[in-house]
Design a protein. Structure first.
Length: 273
């Protein structure tokens, strides 16, 4: 049995299929860990969603910002983004089943020495603390009032964590850290404006994983989200968004021995902007 962690797919289903062939993935014995952003901007989001859902317990996926954007769009919340490719999912005959399944997926998955999360963790959080905080969002998203969460979830304030936060601001910070964060200050204030390379860090901000004393540093964080960062492998970080959607490869790491598997995106999967 092997566990393959795979970077942001974003509807690049052809690349995913070829990558699984290269890994010799066997759903009867192996596991997939997916860092989120299964959908959007790529050409085959519907097929990707159906495929991962049908893998059942052979796949663990956490929610990314594009997955949450899909859930919001389905309920009429948020603004349509440039290049969004949700329409095929929203028009599908099985849309409700797919969206209900997506809504039940975790925000953070902790197992052994690993923590799977889309973007990252704030420096104040251990992996176990992050898992418990993620459970608060997951309960709201799977509960009777889940539409209220979607209506109040998006926004960039507050930009930092406090233990006494309550209600929507509390859940919003958890969602933002785990699905949107790239740079933060040493004391955990998040920046949401800069999305590019490390050299473009705003004054006073650093990559979240470089914060001195980060409390999750004893856990291996498996993440995606940051295509401009590219593939980054360190003892305690597997950052796997290698930019398949933008012409880079789709990447997988076999957790047991850190073997790297990659395939190029197909021409029809590459965004021109």
């Amino acid at each position: 049995m092997a566990t393959y962690a795979i970077g942001d797919i974003q509807g690049c289903f052809d690349a995913l299929t070829r990558l699984l062939e290269r890994c010799a993935f066997n759903s009867a014995n192996d596991k997939l860990w997916l860092v989120g952003d299964l959908v959007n901007r790529g050409p085959r989001s519907l097929e990707t969603l159906r495929f991962v859902r049908d893998l059942g317990s052979s796949a663990v996926t956490v929610l990314g910002n594009h997955d949450l954007s899909l859930l919001m769009a389905a309920e009429g919340f948020g603004k349509k983004g440039k290049g969004d490719t949700f329409d095929e999912i929203l028009a599908a005959p099985d849309r409700n089943e797919l969206l209900d399944w997506l809504r039940q997926q975790p925000l953070c998955h902790v197992e052994g020495d690993y923590c799977l999360v889309h973007a990252g963790l704030l420096p104040q959080w251990t992996a176990d603390r992050a898992k418990s905080l993620a459970a608060e969002v997951e309960a709201a998203l799977s509960g009777a009032d889940w539409r209220d969460l979607l209506a109040n979830m998006w926004g960039s304030e507050p930009a930092s964590w406090r233990d006494d936060l309550e209600g929507w601001p509390r859940l919003r910070v958890i969602v933002n850290a785990m699905t949107r964060m790239r740079f933060c200050s040493p004391d955990g204030v998040m920046d949401f404006k800069v999305k590019g390379e490390l050299a473009k860090a705003p004054a006073g901000f650093i990559p979240w994983f470089d914060v001195p004393g980060r409390r999750s540093a004893q856990t291996v964080l498996v993440t995606g989200h940051w295509s401009a960062l590219g593939l980054k492998i360190t003892p305690n970080l597997l950052a796997l968004d290698s930019g398949c959607l933008w012409g880079g490869p789709l990447s997988a790491i076999r957790l047991e021995d850190r073997a790297l598997f990659q395939v190029d995106s197909s021409p029809q999967e590459i965004r021109a902007w």
